[in-house]
Design a protein around this ligand. Structure first.
Ligand SMILES: C[S@@+](CC[C@H](N)C(=O)[O-])C[C@H]1O[C@@H](n2cnc3c(N)ncnc32)[C@H](O)[C@@H]1O
Length: 333
């Protein structure tokens, strides 16, 4: 039987050893609440599959665009076949790419492109305590680790992504990267005085029904002077006459049924300013291309090109502006 607390013991230990230690009980309560609200039917199966991973320590690690662990020569042909089969049992692989003992995990997203857009513009993460809200399988957390942070804590409610993370963690036990399988609503409302140095919330805000509450919550988890990196869907709006607009889709947006608010960057800046954040900057605005998000052998479901108007890739199939994402940076006073 899968025991989540046993599984997370190294994470609890890392939290105990950090200035976040007073909040460990709160995090554990969040895990208990989440697991009793929802436990995936395959969790025992996924945990058992982890045992099939080759028992080899990587001779090589590279935390660059293609997060690379180990080299192909370390495994026999038989082990390589087993590894690929084991990895494929964690389909769909959305965030990456990863390269594991010569097996290339060509994920749905080129998540490295997003990281490249922001990495040179954020406050350095060296010695920092970092939170990545909605981290997916923690691809960006591994990229953060290249900057020698004290602790990177990724949170995501997906138990499949927890398992994809656990695969990498199995080979990188000493890196200070950890994962809690909870949504932000299971975190404490605030961490007074000693919160996180940097918080990333990327690809989450448009899924929230109360976007200003989400931003406020992120702010309360930051320490004073800490940095928020917020990435979300935006619309151009009418820059001249109505720069502060927000699109609320009638129903689905690019086939997603959980998209609520898509603001202009001006509107988004205003939300952030109303939450008392300062030094608000728009770092980048980018329309997502079907080269950045696409179906692959590792994510065989539909992807972006299926959600766009076949005659006009600047529109979704519902007729809305095609997905465009802004990266915002701000500070807590
Ligand atoms: C679009 S993905 C973004 C992943 C990653 N941050 C990135 O930028 O590539 C959104 C992620 O948010 C997660 N998510 C959904 N609801 C959430 C919640 N309430 N709190 C935190 N994360 C959530 C999903 O499981 C998913 O992995």
């Amino acid at each position: 039987m899968f025991d989540i607390h046993k599984f997370l013991e190294p994470t609890y230990q890392a939290i105990t050893n950090s200035r976040l230690h007073p909040w460990l009980d709160g995090f554990k309560q969040g895990i208990n609440a989440r697991m009793s609200d929802y436990t995936h039917g395959k969790i025992n199966e996924w945990a058992a599959e982890l045992e099939k991973l080759p028992d080899v320590m990587p001779d090589f690690i590279e935390l660059t665009s293609k997060v690379t662990i180990g080299s192909k020569q370390q495994l026999s042909t038989e082990q390589q076949v087993t590894l690929e089969k084991t990895l494929k049992s964690y389909h769909p692989w959305r965030k990456g790419p990863f390269h594991l003992f010569g097996t290339h995990i060509d994920t749905e997203w080129r998540s490295d492109w997003k990281w490249n857009r922001l990495k040179d513009h954020i406050a350095p993460l060296t010695d920092k305590i970092v939170l990545d809200v909605g981290c997916g399988n923690a691809y960006h957390c591994w990229r953060m680790a290249a900057q020698n942070p004290k602790l990177v804590l990724g949170i995501d409610p997906s138990q499949l992504f927890l398992m994809q993370f656990a695969i990498m963690k199995n080979y990188l036990p000493d890196l200070p990267v950890h994962f809690l399988p909870i949504g932000i609503e299971y975190l404490p409302n605030e961490i007074p005085k000693q919160g996180f140095d940097t918080i990333f919330s990327m690809g989450v805000l448009y899924h929230r029904r109360s976007p200003i509450d989400h931003i406020m919550h992120l702010k309360k988890l930051l320490k004073h002077g800490g940095e928020l990196v917020l990435e979300t869907l935006v619309i151009d709006g009418d820059e001249v006459a109505h720069p502060e607009q927000v699109l609320i889709p009638e129903n689905r947006y690019a086939q997603m049924n959980n998209v609520w608010f898509i603001p202009t960057t001006r509107m988004l800046s205003k939300w952030m300013q109303r939450c008392n954040l300062t030094d608000i900057r728009v770092l980048n605005v980018n329309q997502t291309s079907p080269e950045e998000q696409r179906a692959t052998d590792w994510m065989t479901f539909q992807s972006l090109s299926d959600y766009l108007d076949p005659n006009d890739h600047n529109k979704t199939i519902e007729g809305y502006p095609a997905p465009k994402r802004a990266i915002m940076i701000a500070k807590r006073k």
